[in-house]
Structures are given as structure tokens and as C-alpha cells.
Design a protein around this ligand. Sequence first.
Ligand SMILES: [Zn+2]
Length: 125
Amino acid sequence: MITIQDYINGLKKGKILGSKCKKCGNLMIPPKPVCSKCGSFDVEEVETTGKGVIRSFTVIYVAPEKFEDKAPYVVVLVSLNEGGAVMGRLIGVDPTKPEDIKIGAKVKFKPLIENGEQIVAFEPV
Ligand SMILES: [Zn+2]
């Protein structure tokens, strides 16, 4: 069974891992042992391409303490090409110009260590 630690180790290697329900096809990221849609335990580990499109985004001006020095920054909700959605930091953009960030724009996953913590980041492609 895939654990949260496997997920974090995957991120470090540049992979977004998830679990997919064999019954209804629901893709869960981070992976869960039980399907969040139909409750089935019949789930399998999947490795996504880490590619997707921006579904929505927000600019963070008041950050949690550990990321205070990084604000402002952009947080995006990305719909992965395989299905499923992941929240992450959007890098390679100017957070003071949110009008330049487009819903539907293509992005890809990029592992990022910030203040000693593994975080999920995406960059435009
Ligand atoms: Zn299911």
C-alpha cells in the first residue's frame, strides 16, 4: 500500500504519485488506501506525468509563518492530465501581476524544497 511517505519521497524524485480506484476510476492525490468517492479498498498506485492545466489560483499575501518570507506567492489548483487535482505553488510567474496568469494554462510539476520542506510546485510549460 502506498503511504504519505511514499508520496513525499516521490515528490523528491520529481514524481506525483496517486492512487486510482479500480472500481470507479477515481484518482486521489495524495494517495489514499480507500476510494474517496465509492469507498472501495481496491485501489492501485499510479504515477502521474505531473502535467496539467491551471484550474484556479490565488495570490497569497499573508502566508503561514514558515513561508512568511516568500509572500507574495501564487497557489494554484491544477487539474492533472490523468484526472485528479493538486494544489501547489506556481513558480516562474510574477505574483504582483496575477492578470498574466491564465486559467487553462499548461503547467508541469517541479519539486521544490523551501525552508527545508518538500513542497509541490508547478511551472508554466
Ligand atoms: Zn471508487
